[in-house]
Design a protein. Sequence first.
Length: 127
Amino acid sequence: MAGENSTARIGKSIVICGEVKGSEDLIVDGHVEGTVNLSENRLTVGPNANVAADLSAKDVLILGRVQGNVVASGRVELRAGCNLEGDIHALRLAVEDNAVFRGKVDLTQAVSKGPEGTSVPNNGGVF
């Protein structure tokens, strides 16, 4: 098992086709096709990344290109220069100027999708 505060990295020359699952934070700077599931961790899509996958994580930070839906039990951040084509289902959303987004947004108190099935109500501290 990896340490609780470790971060894994998929470099910009790496190509993955299939399912990516893990229990540590992940930075994707390469090409991923399929699904990425980090239910209790942070996913960062780097500026060099080209991702054609559905993403599921606690928090998602997007700096590069993503084609697929994003589900987060916490926060989704779309930074300047990113390009997201897909729907977002999250608790909180932050969008910087010059971020490109095409899709629908569903911001709810508790994310109902996911294998855990147990969601606790938020204390109302929304950013």
